[in-house]
Design a protein around this ligand. Structure first.
Ligand code: ADP
Ligand code: MG
Length: 601
């Protein structure tokens, strides 16, 4: 994600404006909440004159008309009722809007994440993305709700209260107004720091989530390498660091109130001296004191408000960074659907680079209907990259890929991706039933079709042996299944989809010989009647391909049938011989039992 640790004031202002845009649909509620807030503020200030009048009436014992005085006092509960209703309704309405805006933001951030290209997910940590959509939106919840509630109530209360106090005794009030900014000074000073620390704290939190996510996803590796202690150390270090940032924020926020109280008490001493000197009437002085108490809490809240806004605007920045991440791969306006059978796929001078260094260069190839293309090359040659360009996980950086005469960047993404079935080395299974995993992307499919797909993927038998058959819930990442079983579920998923073009990227590479045989049998059935791109480092598994493209350092080095390339005595011959001459002990051992079979080719 772009580095924006020090957003400018302009940026921050635009963050607020964007937040407001999210609140716009609920303007009605906001206005109503504002009116209720005004009711609350008005009735709060209203207490002052009513109290003062009552003080004068009741405590003037010489000329007391107790009945009349008590009648006046009955106004107080009435005021309290209005104030309470305003308080309740403004809190409810405005927090409704706040929580609703946060919900909309979350959904919007998730939607945007779904639309971002694969490259974004390569470049950003999973935990960080999760933290931004979950934690940062929660922080914002605080801002949008609490801050807005205070914003509609407190300024009005302060203005009304101050106006009344001015009318009561303008000298004393003016003196207070001069002293007031002094007590706000610490708020301003600490505000900047809190903002910076809060942002750092959120970043640490994202790191913590990242570490957890990694060590949970890689639990086997962690255990196998005895790295529990090291992972714990990393985790604890991040937690300590986060704790440090949080405590800085806590200290900065906690110091503000004592300072404000100190200033206020100094003010009270001055006011008492002034009252004594000017022989102020008792009810005036008490009302003035009550007025200060009434204003004190709103002033304190406004002070905290400033800090809260600082803190949460950091969260807003981070969410908007997600929302602003460029969707690199998207539909062109008016993109048409690719329809009909795939007659030909042409690579025209295709070049690609992830960063500066080109990974693919000048790839030219023409694949026709029902071709079975084996992509061969050493590790890092660019095979995976090449097939990832087909469903536009990445866009070519040079040249173009054309399907049925149409540049794939002119076709709609949905129609393009529907053409491809993908089986890779790493199978992702959702934490859901076997049936739903097979029918992923085809949720409306009936059980009969799912079973048929499983049968063709040679998966039916082991599924039926599971406790609840097709309704068995498989754990996250399918941990309760063997590699070969997972792979056959992935193949069943591809069968369901019935794609015209199949991409097999090392689909059997992680498997032992026995599972590989079963999976290969399933794959052979799946390949029937489709155009196939197959990548496998065990060349023996590519026997069903009629064409071979040999990639070397991002270029097509050789092209032809197995026989032609083997006869040519080039890279392909070398790779092939290497696997069967026992040069790679591991591969040779696994392939040993098939050597005689290969000899026949
Ligand atoms: P192969 O599948 O033939 O083993 P790849 O297509 O995976 O090769 O990788 C080709 C080159 O591109 C390698 O040098 C690899 O380091 C690089 N590469 C692969 N994926 C990425 C990525 N997501 N970001 C940056 N570089 C990558
Ligand atoms: Mg690869």
């Amino acid at each position: 994600m772009p580095d924006n640790r020090q957003p400018t004031t302009a940026r921050r202002a635009s963050s607020y404006r964007r937040l407001l845009r999210f609140a716009r649909p609920y303007a009605g509620r906001l206005v109503l909440g504002g009116i209720c807030g005004a009711l609350f503020a008005g009735s709060s200030v209203g207490f002052l004159p009513v109290l003062r009048t009552n003080f004068a009436a009741i405590f003037d014992y010489e000329r007391a008309d107790l009945a009349r005085a008590l009648l006046g006092a009955a106004l107080l509960p009435l005021l309290a009722l209005v104030r309470g209703a305003g308080e309740y309704l403004s809190a409810y309405l405005i927090q409704w809007v706040g929580n609703r805006v946060v919900m909309d933001l979350r959904v919007e951030a998730y939607t945007h994440l779904q639309n971002l290209s694969v490259a974004y997910f390569d470049q950003n940590k999973t935990g960080e993305m999760i933290s931004r959509t979950v934690n940062d939106t929660s922080l914002l919840e605080h801002a949008v709700s609490t801050v807005l509630t205070d914003l509609v109530r407190q300024p009005l209360l302060i203005a009304g209260g101050a106006a009344y106090l001015l009318a009561l005794n303008w000298r004393l009030t003016l003196a207070g107004l001069v002293l007031f900014p002094l007590s706000v000074l610490p708020v301003v000073v600490f505000g900047k720091k809190v903002r910076a620390w809060a942002r750092q704290g959120q970043e640490r939190l994202a790191d913590i989530v990242s570490i957890m996510q990694e060590s949970i996803a890689g639990v086997r590796i962690v255990k196998a390498f005895n790295m529990e202690a090291e992972e714990l150390r990393r985790f604890a270090a991040q937690c300590r660091s986060f704790f440090g940032r949080v405590m800085r924020v806590v200290r900065a926020k906690a110091i503000v109130e004592p300072l404000v109280v100190l200033m206020a008490s100094l003010g009270i001493v001055c006011a008492m001296a002034y009252a004594g000197l000017t022989r102020m009437p008792f009810e005036d002085f008490v009302t003035f004191g009550l007025g200060l108490v009434l204003l004190f809490d709103p002033a304190k809240r406004l002070g905290r408000l400033h800090l809260s806004i600082q803190q949460s605007s950091a969260a807003a920045d981070r969410i908007f960074e997600v929302l602003d991440a460029d969707i690199a791969v998207r539909d062109r306006p008016g993109a048409a659907a690719l329809a009909g059978p795939v007659r030909e796929i042409r690579f025209e001078n295709v070049g690609f680079s992830y960063h500066a260094e080109p990974v693919l260069r000048g790839i030219n190839a023409e694949i026709r209907h029902n071709d079975r293309v084996a992509l061969v090359g050493s590790s890092g040659a660019g095979k995976t990259t090449l097939v990832n360009l087909l469903p536009r996980f990445f866009d070519v950086t040079e040249g173009r890929i054309v399907i049925n005469g149409c540049d794939i960047r002119d076709a709609s993404l949905a129609s393009l991706r529907a053409l491809f079935g993908l089986v890779t080395q790493e199978t992702f299974l959702f934490n859901d039933s076997v049936a739903n995993n097979i029918a992923y992307g085809a949720r409306e499919a009936g059980r009969a079709r799912i079973e048929e797909a499983a049968r063709r993927a040679h998966a039916h038998e082991f599924i039926m042996a599971m406790p609840a058959g097709y309704d068995t819930v498989i754990g996250e990442r399918g941990v309760r299944l063997s590699g070969g079983q997972r792979q056959r579920l992935a193949i069943a998923r591809a069968v369901m989809r019935d794609p015209p073009v199949l991409i097999l990227d090392e689909a059997t590479s992680a498997l032992d010989t026995e599972s590989e045989r079963q999976v290969q049998a399933a794959l052979n059935e799946l390949m029937e009647g489709r155009t196939v791109f197959a990548i496998a480092h065990r060349l023996s598994t590519l026997a069903h391909c009629n064409r071979v493209l040999v990639l070397d350092a991002g270029r097509v080095a050789e092209e032809g049938s197995h026989e032609e390339l083997y006869a040519r005595d080039g890279i392909y011959r070398r790779l092939y011989d290497l696997q069967f001459e026992g040069m790679i002990p591991d591969a040779a051992a696994r392939n040993g039992d098939r050597r005689s079979e290969e000899g026949r080719r």
